[in-house]
Design a protein around this ligand. Structure first.
Ligand code: AQP
Length: 332
């Protein structure tokens, strides 16, 4: 089976629809067909300042949500990144192969450091994509299911794998990004040309899976739509409406064409009301199951420890091979 690795940051109290539709939904389907490794990337989550109590809570919430949306620890390896020390160890090696200029070109760093101010942005935020490369290469992943915003980081990962293999001999699988076009970029409800984002969107622009459906319904109703009255899928001319259609289609399993057909003669208000209903039905069991997993944190932590042990078996083999190739002494 081809190998898959992907991760999500525990930087919010809930995943938003972009995280879910862009990435996590594909994680669930891929566990049936691939050898899958999924991690809650807490090392990444400390790159922009954090509160330890909040981080611990969010790490558990992220893991509980992943289980609630359908990850099955019998089918995939689910773990927390900091429990597998090889991630940080390989990241150091890869950082020594990354050009300063090359890392400086990462648009996510440029955007986030511009928002935080150059003096306040951490070196960890700068080297974030290198740690991400280590996450992926440690597991010899063939495919990495992510949203469109991660494409550039995936390119860096591929470059680093190829560079290492050329310099020191074939060691890493060169991974491919697995990006599902229809849901690759879910946009902000208030600013439909920007991605829905934990750190950049206003609360009104984001739909959180664990939020009260009544609040989400209000956000959908006040989502920015476009001039005109007709329900058409046209991301250029009608980005707001097209985003709602994408979400509606993904959550209901109906194609966009079917939806457009069904709303002939109806207005934006009808579509928003129905979408709010579809969303409420969709999140109800996820909210309930998440609460169920969080009610027993000891059991959740145990499950994650077992996942980390499974992950470590693979990660340590890759790290050992890497250390050998670059000339570090083996333990006597
Ligand atoms: N709007 C989006 N549409 C499609 N996919 C998205 N992803 C994030 N936003 C969208 C995908 O979600 C996965 C996990 O993301 P992350 O935890 O690494 O966070 P992120 O990429 O940094 O995006 P966030 O969640 O909105 O946080 P900000 O903007 O604050 O960085 C990834 O596969 C990502 O592509």
């Amino acid at each position: 089976r081809p190998r898959v690795l992907s991760g999500i940051q525990p930087t919010a109290d809930s995943f938003h629809l972009g995280n879910y539709l862009g990435a996590v939904r594909n994680w669930v389907t891929m566990q049936e067909t691939h050898d899958t490794f999924y991690c809650v990337v807490d090392l990444h989550a400390i790159t922009a300042g954090h509160d330890p109590v909040v981080l611990r809570r969010r790490t558990r919430v992220a893991a509980a949500q992943l289980l609630a949306v359908g990850l099955d620890p019998e089918k995939c390896t689910l773990f927390v990144q900091s429990q597998v020390p090889e991630h940080a160890q390989l990241a150091w090696v890869l950082s020594c192969l990354t050009g300063f200029g090359e890392a400086s070109r990462m648009t996510q760093f440029k955007d986030k450091s511009a928002r935080q101010g150059a003096e306040r942005a951490s070196v960890g935020l700068f080297t974030y994509p290198i740690l991400q490369a280590a996450d992926i290469l440690l597991y010899q992943a063939d495919a990495v299911p992510v949203g469109e915003d991660q494409r550039q980081h995936l390119e860096l990962t591929r470059d680093l794998a190829q560079r290492f293999n050329t310099l020191f001999g074939a060691t890493f699988t060169v991974p491919e990004a697995y990006i599902v076009r229809d849901t690759a970029k879910i946009t902000d409800l208030q600013d439909p040309t920007s991605k829905m984002s934990k750190s950049a969107s206003s609360p009104a622009g984001i739909i959180e899976l664990l939020d009260d459906p009544a609040r989400s319904a209000k956000k959908i109703k006040s989502a920015v739509t476009d001039t005109g009255r007709e329900i058409l899928f046209d991301p250029e001319q009608k980005p707001g409406l097209s985003n709602l259609l994408k979400i509606y289609s993904a959550l209901s399993g109906r194609t966009i064409d079917e939806l457009v057909e069904a709303y002939v003669g109806k207005g934006y208000g009808d579509l928003k009301k129905d979408l709010a209903g579809v969303l409420a039905d969709f999140v109800r069991p996820i909210r309930e199951r998440t609460t169920g997993f969080l009610d027993d944190p000891a059991q959740l932590d145990k499950l994650l420890s077992i996942g980390a042990e499974k992950a470590r078996a693979v990660a340590s083999t890759t790290l050992r091979a890497t250390y050998d190739r670059i000339g570090f002494l083996a333990e006597a």
